[in-house]
Design a protein around this ligand. Sequence first.
Ligand SMILES: [Zn+2]
Length: 309
Amino acid sequence: MSSNHIRNIRLDAYLREDVDKIVARVLRDLGSPEPPLRLDDVRELLRLDRAYYSSTDDSAAREVIHRLKVAGKQVIARPTLLKEAISKFNLRALWLPDRKRILIDDSLPDPKKRWSEAHEVGHTLIPWHKDTLFGDDKATLTPACHAQIEAEANYAAGRLIFLGERFANELDGHSTTIKALQTLQKRFGNSMTTTLWRAVEHSRVPMIGAISCHPKYRPPEFEDDNPLRYYIRSDGFEEMFGHIGEQELFAHIDGYCGYKRSGPLGEAEVVLSDAAGEAHVFKFETFFNRYDALTIGLHVKRASRVVGF
Ligand SMILES: [Zn+2]
């Protein structure tokens, strides 16, 4: 199942509050650090060890494991060499609770290593994750993973590397534009994808975030019925505009984007209908970073009615 089919998992408010408190305690114990958060400091505080494994040097993965869950499913219940499990299940990161050790695939690009490490730290922080050994394949490490427990670890990771309320407070001081998100992305030292994700999650007005290919230069593997890699929706958007599919959205994006090969591709006012059929104006903006096209769409107002006579 590809990630763009997976809906944003909404963790219930009590659970979010629990995780917020756990992460807040860690940040307090670190002396309320300034962004960007250094994960080295977090590991030191939590007495966690980190190691990288690679296909050429697997010394970090020479352990015997007795149980392993991938994407929430028990896959190994007998002693097995860890390096075999890593290659068999294509694992990108995992957490060995007995050793207090986080293992990360060395071939991941750096921003993904940071996210993976924060995600595994998230597992270590949440008390009810302790009795299981988690292995994270590529699919579960995306911010859109669908298993509840993965969503919890992702939520904790986001709270951690965006420093609790800090990101939301700083975002409120800006108008939500791609440019503002790029500033915050650099300041917090996280990827643009995770920054976009947090901004949409935090949005108090209906908002979407989309990650796709360049609409004018579609790769051979592009699928017309799955045009977006991620389609992120705020609570408000989900409630009023949850029926809007990614094809409709991508058609709008394609409509205003130009042919430049990097930088801003365009912006436009886009009219979307809510569940009751009322028209609303959104401000859309798309940026191409040479790998992905990043789009935000922010609710502006209800469209004024055309008065008939
Ligand atoms: Zn996980």
